[in-house]
Write a protein that binds this ligand. Structure first.
Ligand code: U2F
Length: 555
């Protein structure tokens, strides 16, 4: 059955249900952005020129909101607790609905069991019939619940699952045996999924799929009125919980010399002691009122926590400059409590690496806050700089719809055996990169094989960085094509011998020992990961401007 774009969200709102503050928050957001989604759907429909889109049966099971997982988030919605996850789930639900799929939503174990046809009761019970869904979106909590209640049949249906995983899961952590043997075992990882089944909030490692969320878009009238009403001396502090302000008096005092400071910190009866008296605290605001505040403000300033939330994108989209601390050394699961136990070694170089690396100046300024001079001169610069509101395409409704559509239609068979690389094949030098010359029919690939560019990384460099420095992005789906000994000769690498091993750095080679290694287990293909002794073989691809998840010919 063909999926038809929907422009009305009434049915969706009804499906989301009631009874939790988190659900009310999500529904308020859906209503607020409904018109924006509808017009994005019209534009995408036009640009896809009524391309055939199959309607999928989709189950969305939001594990972290279930009572069975403790649901620690819902009670904090109105008290400054994390909202980023709810923003994202609201947007995922809306995108799936607008794209015209057949949606079921579950926020409790009972609903999950009902939808899956698992008899309620104790213990795990395999499903009897076929899985009634083409796709299941859930999170790590939901995955655990499905394991407990579906028993062995989970293994059979694993490929239909997508895990919404804010900070990402790297292959070394995902591979159960490898993680256990090599010290990558965490509370969350080791599910042996295809890493592209993990979907992140920002484009972290390309080993995962980038799901994202949306921010508010402006029409011409709004742009104009923002331009007119900006107050160059008005700053809003990023941080809705008092603890995020702790120990920041020094920075606040410097900032206060130049600007009026506003905050949206939750409080019960009195001003929290962490928030100085010269700050105008509005208390936690509804999203809509926060947007209004951001429209007037010139500066949105972060003090290091929360990491990687939606708010900086909202601020930039409303014409603020985002000033944030650089982390030296970077924060990661090795040195910071917050990231400890998360299944990634990613080095977080600032409070919001996406804002730093993908947006940058003039909208984003990342400085060492411990250097008071640098901090102060950044503030002075910001007051003088004129910026336009800016939102990367991938965070617009159209961008998210386009991406989710592309995943749903093309990310199929993520678990089927990779197939034997085509032979014979030719690797042709192409200026700095090497291009895959393919006129051979191969097992179908998405992204299309024509996008592949093979590179060797520098010693100690990951494929994420190697591809990036060539203006490309690492594409894990292409590893199977370059994990062949001919790839080494194509790059004119001299190999003493070529061994296949379980090592998330492979395929790779060492110049010193003339040792070349191929990857033995496709589950360990990894864009992340680097080793000082090795140059890695990196399959890269191009990407669309403002839509890093998709290559030029991906749609
Ligand atoms: C991130 O979670 P947070 O919820 O702390 O992220 P924020 O960027 O602070 O804000 C999320 C939303 O809260 C809204 C704002 C954002 O969309 O519009 N909001 C509001 O409605 N009223 C206010 O007064 C202030 C903000 C991240 F998203 C999570 O994944 C992480 O777990 C968490 C910890 O790093 O940080």
């Amino acid at each position: 059955k063909q999926a038809a774009f929907r422009s009305d969200i009434g049915a969706l709102l009804e499906q989301v249900g009631t009874g939790k503050e988190s659900l009310s928050f999500m529904k308020r957001r859906m209503r607020r952005l409904a018109a924006q989604w509808a017009s994005a759907a019209r534009r995408l429909d036009d640009s896809l020129r009524s391309q055939w889109r199959e309607q999928k049966r989709i189950l969305v099971h939001v594990g972290f909101l279930t009572e069975e997982s403790g649901d620690v988030f819902s009670p904090k919605v109105l008290k400054g607790g994390p909202l980023g996850e709810m923003v994202q789930w609201a947007d995922i639900l809306t995108a799936l609905h607008i794209l015209g799929h057949n949606l079921k939503i579950s926020v409790s174990l009972k609903e999950l069991q009902g939808f899956l046809g698992v008899p309620p009761g104790r213990g795990s019970c395999p499903l009897t019939g076929p899985l009634p869904f083409d796709l299941i979106y859930t999170d790590y909590h939901g995955l655990q619940q499905m394991r407990q209640h579906m028993g062995l049949s989970l293994r059979k249906y694993k490929c239909h699952i997508r895990v919404i995983d804010t900070f990402g899961t790297e292959p070394a952590y995902n591979h159960e045996d490898y993680a256990t043997l090599h010290g990558y075992r965490t509370n969350w990882g080791y599910w042996n999924l295809n890493c592209r089944q993990y979907m992140t909030m920002f484009p972290h490692t390309p080993d995962n799929s980038f799901m994202g969320f949306v921010a508010e878009e402006l029409n011409d009238t709004e742009r104009l009125s923002i331009q007119r009403n900006k107050v160059d001396s008005m700053a809003v502090v990023y941080g809705k919980e008092a603890s995020m302000w702790k120990g920041k008096e020094r920075f606040l005092a410097i900032l206060h010399r130049y600007m009026d400071i506003h905050g949206t910190v939750y409080y019960e009866t009195q001003r929290p002691p962490e928030v100085p008296a010269f700050v105008k605290n509005h208390g936690l605001l509804p999203q809509q009122e926060l947007q209004q505040l951001l429209r007037k403000a010139k500066l949105f300033i972060g003090f290091g926590f929360p990491y990687e939330g939606p708010a900086p994108l909202e601020a930039i989209a409303n014409g603020c400059i985002f000033l944030q601390p650089m982390f030296k050394p970077s924060h990661s699961s090795l040195n910071h409590e917050f990231f400890k136990g998360k299944p990634t070694s990613r080095q977080v170089s600032s409070q919001h690496p996406y804002a730093e690396q993908y947006i940058g100046r003039p909208h984003v300024i990342t400085v060492d806050f411990n250097n008071s001079q640098e901090f102060e001169s950044a503030i002075r610069d910001i007051m003088r700089t004129k910026v336009e509101p800016y939102l990367p395409y991938e965070y617009t409704c159209e961008g998210m719809l386009e991406r989710v559509h592309a995943y749903i239609q093309n990310q199929v068979g993520l678990c089927s055996s990779p197939g034997i690389p085509p032979s014979p094949f030719v690797l042709l030098p192409n200026s700095s990169a090497l291009a895959w010359a393919s006129n051979i029919s191969t097992p179908p690939s998405w992204p299309p094989l024509s996008a592949l560019r093979l590179l060797a990384s520098l010693e100690g460099q990951s494929c994420i960085d190697a591809c990036q420095s060539a203006g490309l992005i690492c594409e894990p789906a292409f590893y199977r094509f370059v994990n062949i000994k001919e790839a080494f000769s194509g790059l004119e690498v001299q190999c003493e011998g070529v061994e296949a091993e379980l090592n998330h750095i492979f395929p790779a080679f060492s110049v010193e020992s003339s040792e070349c290694g191929l990857q033995k287990d496709p589950l360990l293909f990894s864009c992340a990961g680097a080793n000082n002794k090795y140059h890695r073989l990196c399959p890269c691809r191009d990407y669309r401007k403002g839509q890093v998840a998709l290559c030029r010919d991906c749609l």
